[in-house]
Design a protein around this ligand. Sequence first.
Ligand code: 0WK
Ligand code: BGC
Ligand code: BGC
Length: 924
Amino acid sequence: MDTIGATCLLPGERALACPQENRPPLLDSSELGQECLKQFEVTRSQLQQIQVSLLGCMERALKGKADSAPAVRMLPTYVGSVPHGTEKGDFLVLELGATGASLRVLWVTLTGTEGYKVEPRSQEFVIPQDVVVGAGQQLFDFAAHCLSEFLDAQPVGNQPLQLGFSFSFPCHQTSLDRSTLISWTKGFKCSGVEGQDVVQLLRDAIQRKGTYNIDVVAVVNDTVGTMMGCELGAGPCEVGLIVDTGTNACYMEEARHVAALDEDRGRTCVSVEWGSFSDDGALAPVLTTFDHVLDQGSLNPGAQRFEKMIGGLYLGELVRLVLAHLAQHGALFGGHTSPALLSPGSLLLEHVAEMEDPCNGAAHTHTVLQGLGVSPDASDAELVQRVCAAVCSRAARLCAAALAAVLARLQHSREQRALQVAVATGGQVFERHPRFHNILKETVMHLAPECEVSFIPSVDGGGRGVAMVTAVAARLAAHRQLLEETLAPFQLNHEQLGAVQAQMREAMVRGLRGEASSLRMLPTYVRATPDGSERGDFLALDLGGTNFRVLVVHVTEGGVQITNQVYSIPEGVAQGSGQQLFDHIVDCIVDFQQRQGLSGQSLPLGFTFSFPCKQLGLDQGILLNWTKGFNASDCEGQDVVCLLREAIRRRQAVELNVVAIVNDTVGTMMSCGYEDPRCEMGLIVGTGTNACYMEELRNVTSVAGDSGHMCINMEWGAFGDDGSLGLLSTCFDAIVDQASINPGKQRFEKMISGMYLGEIVRHILLHLTSCGVLFRGRQAQCLQTKDIFKTKFLSEIESDSLALRQVRAILEDLGLLLTSDDALMVREVCQAVSRRAARLCGAGVAAVVEKIRENRGLEVLTVSVGVDGTLYKMHPHFSSLVATTVRELAPRCAVSFLQSEDGSGKGAALVTAVACRLAQTAQV
Ligand code: 0WK
Ligand code: BGC
Ligand code: BGC
């Protein structure tokens, strides 16, 4: 190739001189030089336009409004909590991609003591070019090999090692240890990696290598490592800026502004990925022909245009292209070129930095140019230095415009005009280029005058920062493991649920036979579900749930009309004397009658009394024991209908005709049975839990008769009181039971119902706090209070429509100081506890419907279950989990669940109506 005077075009280079017809008059060599230098000048207004345009792109991307190929990606990094400073331990760090075709392995010891630092041990490995552009597996195997080689020299033994992976390429991260590569940059082009989770690829390679037990716990962008590694003395840096082979920045954004995250509090680190900024409007005026040539000659033409004007991988090449152009047009080296001058990549960043060295730049320039096979004279060297300066100044100024856009974003995000911020900087261009840092600083001051910016050079290239993130990730991973271990006993599998179903079935049979069983299987003397012929007006009482209600129920041809009044049962009355309780009940009835103009009328009354009663008849019920926080004295062992009648007598001038006492499960079954005759089971999951169903009378040994049916109140809340649930019971269940007013009793209820789930959650939260997993290990006073964590919180916290922010609001209203990680974990605890409750309840229902099916020797049973109870009705997932579990465990039963609209008061009135109808026919 003749290099004197002949013009040869570089690959992909367009003739710089424009075509004959509009070719400007030929420039002499010095003018040509000037013209080239001029191309790299960027005016202040152009910088401001770039700043504004980049800011616009950032804000659109944050809102998730960016188009398919966003100019900048604004990628969440899942780094939210800045280091506590308490992080300690030894961490491995693997850096790939920050400084070109090399990777670095570091051993970082975090002391957890402010100001006391242990120098990291590190080793750099050059990545062979064929690996940089080869198969992805080869690259990750190379990384695993380097890790192993590095560790061979370290006293590690076979302790598990935690590794932070600094991977400096644009990635979609979905957690601290899951990150998918979007596209390679900076000369990397390995196949089979884009679109893949790079953490998994590294884990697989380490597995294949099989030499050390390394757990990759975090993947971090190099800008994040640089920001996190910034010395705490200076106060946490909130921006990380890298100008190395490539360039990028990250910063701490208000989490609520990141649409991709379901967050509203706190800050989260966002990697801007400004290397891909390419707003033609803003960049076109500053892009030179040399930029286009460089881009066309790169591995990723059209991509990372902004980076290719700033990154250290490209600055040398830009200078070379200008020098080659000037030489070919006789403006340099007397028009002489050389193969080296004409070959891409022959001029590197360090060459440019040397040539710009304020002291020995001129000498270095001669050395570098001779190295390229050209012999410069003094004016050549001077022009070459000016070309270097032009190219690098532009890079620094463009970088400053981008940083100014980030500062403007911080001002918007913090709603602050004056901003004080520390920017951690890292990368060879910063470290090697003599003037880059100052030009950047000055330009930022011009473009963001209201921002007070301190630049903190990263001490070790971000290795410590990556270790910090790894420590945070390791802490979170350890917390997650502790959380999973704590919640594992709440995850009941099919076998365990099948065992509960079978045990309940056996207990049912034993209970029906009057043998020892934790299921009392109490006959209710309700022999049929309503047949629609019931008529009349009835009073009904509904005691035992969240609310005590008095109702008047009108049963007519046209249907059932109900008027009811809710009254409270103060704890002092529920746990006072029986006389006090029943006098209070009668007071409410009298108040209701007065309000409804029923005073003096003696309507038949049905009493829904939701506690275990041994019934001797429809209107006789001996209270076996209180449950659900009731504990009125002198009632257990008594006929509660008598207790009510005595209270009525004590309140003279009141006429009430107590006809029936029913359990709320029976009332609910009857109430739903009135609408759907296939309803033969009643289920309550509220303050307490229980079920009843229509059993074949022949199976009820305590009641005479072999034909027909009898509704049996199972009192399944007591299931397991014989210890048969011991294997499933957790330490938290034991704590809740011990703290209850009836320890050892109602064990099944205490794993399922609303009165207890909140308490189970509270004790799990206390345990996780004591392990340091929650609330930074600080025990919250509010959580020490019994019953402060209401079961309704579970229903609210688990609602899908509730964003994490609302979960935090509920917990903060409780007085908890928490992070989003805490809120996420509290939600998981609630889910585990309520899921177990629903699954156990489902196993119980499956046991009952299977019994009914076998009772009737049916292949398939179609049956409905009437259900009531706040937990079942209000919890977002409880009912569907119960139905799913029943389908799994009783596939030969088609079960529909009918939510009772009118509560069991209506059912009690219907039972009373049936009793009255039977009594009338008996009199006839
Ligand atoms: C409403 C019924 C009542 C039952 C209650 C159970 O009318 O008989 O006791 O549901 O649900 P809780 O109010 O305990 O949530
Ligand atoms: C990558 C960034 C990285 C930057 C600096 C860019 O090419 O896309 O992820 O932070 O280089 O290394
Ligand atoms: C009682 C049952 C009642 C259930 C639901 C349990 O505590 O023992 O009689 O049906 O709660 O209210």
